[in-house]
Design a protein around this ligand. Structure first.
Ligand SMILES: Nc1nc2c([nH]c(=O)n2[C@@H]2O[C@H](COP(=O)(O)OP(=O)(O)OP(=O)(O)O)[C@@H](O)[C@H]2O)c(=O)[nH]1
Ligand SMILES: [Mg+2]
Length: 310
């Protein structure tokens, strides 16, 4: 028996202090009692932006003027198939309040993982803990220039992937520099012990290259974000089957670091990323300025080497 299918838009509303506005779903509704990103069903013929503006007016008395895609999640509940389009809201008038009597409150990003949400929301809650840009440490970078570059990054916007440093003797020094500057960093998993090293050094993420993903039959034992490289549909299916949190999808465009690789292009990258229950990062020939384009195509973030370190 097929379950009913609906299309929903929901808002990521960030206040000036960075906190996020959530509502509580009434107990008698689908997924009642959980916190939700305010929003609701898209009506036939309505654009996502218009549907969101209408829902925010109806539910929160917010007159919203501008929103852009954040991520899309497709989820099968036992009783309902939902396509959830999360959009980031940039500008609005009016102080949001629960017009239908529902509790409305503002939360720090770090508080979100401790709240109870509908099951479909897990990937968006993870995505909200991630920086929008991920700078990959270039292979030829010296330790001195790496440490200096870390100090110059904006920790709210950029995390780093220490691709070549997992087993390096200087790792504790680099990790401590990242922690000091509040930079979220990822380490590469090559052997099992890398997961323990990443945990011990306070890494935010653990990244599996394609060959490691291929040999993996369960999610690595790491209490942070687990990501993996993804170049095609089979790898995406593997990543989803292992319940990983994040995929770095590449190469989206032509890139000097892999001159022989033929790029996916945005339409094919979008087909891989949109709706998946994880946070996708687009990689390959991109700069941080590609973020809005990447979000239009199903990625929540962008990653790269050269263009991400200046
Ligand atoms: N608004 C919202 N809905 C969500 C979220 N996560 C999630 O699974 N959903 C599901 O998406 C659907 C959204 O429906 P809704 O109840 O908000 O719809 P609505 O505002 O149009 O209300 P109505 O049915 O009273 O007209 C529900 O089945 C809900 O369980 C979320 O974060 N926000
Ligand atoms: Mg609603």
């Amino acid at each position: 028996m097929t379950t009913p299918a609906i299309i929903v838009v929901a808002a990521i509303i960030r206040g000036k202090d960075g906190r996020i506005c959530l509502g509580k779903r009434p107990d008698d509704k689908h997924q009642g009692g959980h916190w939700e990103f305010p929003g609701g069903k898209v009506e036939p013929g309505e654009s996502l932006a218009a549907a969101l503006a209408r829902e925010l007016h109806e539910e929160l008395a917010m007159e919203q003027s501008e929103s852009a895609p954040f991520m899309t999640i497709v989820h099968q509940y036992s009783d309902l198939h939902v396509t959830l389009h999360f959009r980031e809201v940039f500008a609005w008038q009016g102080e949001p309040h629960g017009r239908e009597g529902q509790p409305v409150a503002w939360f720090e990003n770090s508080e979100l993982p401790g709240l109870s949400f509908p099951a479909a929301n897990r990937p968006v809650v993870t995505a909200l803990t991630l920086p929008p840009s991920l700078a990959i440490a270039p292979p030829d970078q010296s330790l001195t220039s790496l440490l200096q570059a870390i100090g110059e990054l904006d920790a709210t916007q950029t995390g780093i992937y220490l691709r070549h440093w997992s087993q390096h003797e200087a790792l504790p020094e680099i990790a401590s520099c990242c922690r000091y500057h509040g930079i979220r960093f990822w380490l590469r998993m090559v052997s099992e012990e890398d997961a323990a090293i990443a945990q011990q050094e306070g890494a935010f993420g653990l990244h599996l290259p394609a060959a490691v993903l291929a040999g993996c039959d369960q999610r690595p034992d790491f209490a942070g974000v687990v990501s993996a490289a993804c170049h095609d549909r089979a790898e995406m299916e593997k990543i989803v089957s292992l319940s990983l949190d994040m995929a770095m999808v590449s190469p989206v465009e032509k890139t000097p670091s892999h001159p022989g690789a033929s790029p996916l292009g945005w339409p094919q990258a979008a087909a891989l990323m949109i709706g998946q229950p994880l946070a996708c990062f687009a990689l390959g020939g991109l700069t941080p300025d590609h973020l809005p384009l990447a979000r239009e195509h199903g990625a929540v973030g962008v990653a790269g080497i050269r263009a991400f370190w200046s």
